[in-house]
Design a binder for this molecule. Structure first.
Ligand code: HQG
Length: 176
C-alpha cells in the first residue's frame, strides 16, 4: 500500500504522463480512468484500496471530490496546476525545515519553490523539523507571517493543513 501511495503521489503531483492520465486545471483527475490506466500498467489498484490510501495517508496527501468521482494531490505539485485555494490569514508564525547547505542561498534569495509550484510552510516546528530531516540535520526557519500579509503576500492553506506561498523574502525569515 505504501508503494501504491507513493506511485499515486508521483502521478498526481509530477508525472501524470507516466500513466497517461490528464489533470484538469485544478489538478483533479477522474478516479475510474486512473484505476483503469494504473491496472493497464500492472499497478493493481482497486477503488477500495484507493479510498484506504486517501483515508490513512500519514500526511493526508490526497483529496477526493465531494461527488466521489475525482481525486487530486492536496499539495506538492511540480506540474502546472492552480489548486484554486482561497487566500487565508495564517497563524502569526509558520515554520520551514531545511538543511544547512541551503542556508547561504536562502539568505541571498529568500525561500523559493524550487521544482514545486509553491513554498511549503508548516504550522508546527515539529512538522517542519521532520520535513527538513528528509535531507540531513534539520535547520528550523521561523517565518513571521503578519508582516508578509501586510506586504501583500497571499497565504493559502492546502486541504491537509500545509501552508503555501509563492516565496518568502529573506527579511521575513528568522534564522537560528
Ligand atoms: C530549499 C514533502 C536553496 C528548501 C515534505 C527545501 C513537505 C532553497 C528545498 C513537502 C531555497 C526544496 C515540501 C533557496 C528553498 N536556495 N534552497 N533560495 N529556497 N530551498 O522538497 O519544503 O512527503 O521542494 O528549504 O514533507 O522540503 O512529498 O520542499 O529544502 O511537506 O508529501 O529547497 O514535501 O512532503 O525542497 O518539502 P522541496 P520541502 P511529501
Amino acid at each position: 500500500m505504501v508503494q501504491k501511495s507513493k506511485s499515486l503521489a508521483r502521478w498526481l503531483r509530477h508525472r501524470p504522463d507516466a500513466i497517461k492520465i490528464s489533470l484538469d486545471k485544478e489538478g483533479w483527475t477522474d478516479i475510474g480512468e486512473l484505476l483503469l490506466k494504473a491496472n493497464a500498467l500492472g499497478v493493481g489498484l482497486t477503488r477500495q484500496e484507493l479510498e484506504q490510501i486517501v483515508e490513512e495517508n500519514d500526511k493526508q496527501r490526497f483529496s477526493i471530490s465531494e461527488d466521489g468521482l475525482r481525486i487530486r494531490a492536496a499539495q506538492g505539485h511540480s506540474v502546472a496546476v492552480n489548486l484554486n485555494l482561497v487566500a487565508k490569514l495564517p497563524p502569526p508564525v509558520l515554520y520551514h525545515g531545511t538543511v544547512s547547505k541551503f542556508i547561504p542561498s536562502i539568505k541571498k534569495q529568500g525561500l523559493l519553490p524550487g521544482t514545486r509550484n509553491d513554498v511549503h510552510l508548516s504550522a508546527t516546528s515539529e512538522t517542519a523539523l521532520v520535513v527538513g530531516a528528509r535531507r540531513g540535520a534539520a535547520v528550523l526557519l521561523k517565518i513571521e507571517t503578519f508582516p508578509m500579509v501586510k506586504a501583500g503576500i497571499k497565504f493559502r492553506c492546502a486541504d491537509n493543513g500545509v501552508w503555501l506561498v509563492d516565496c518568502v523574502p529573506v527579511e521575513f525569515i528568522k534564522f537560528p
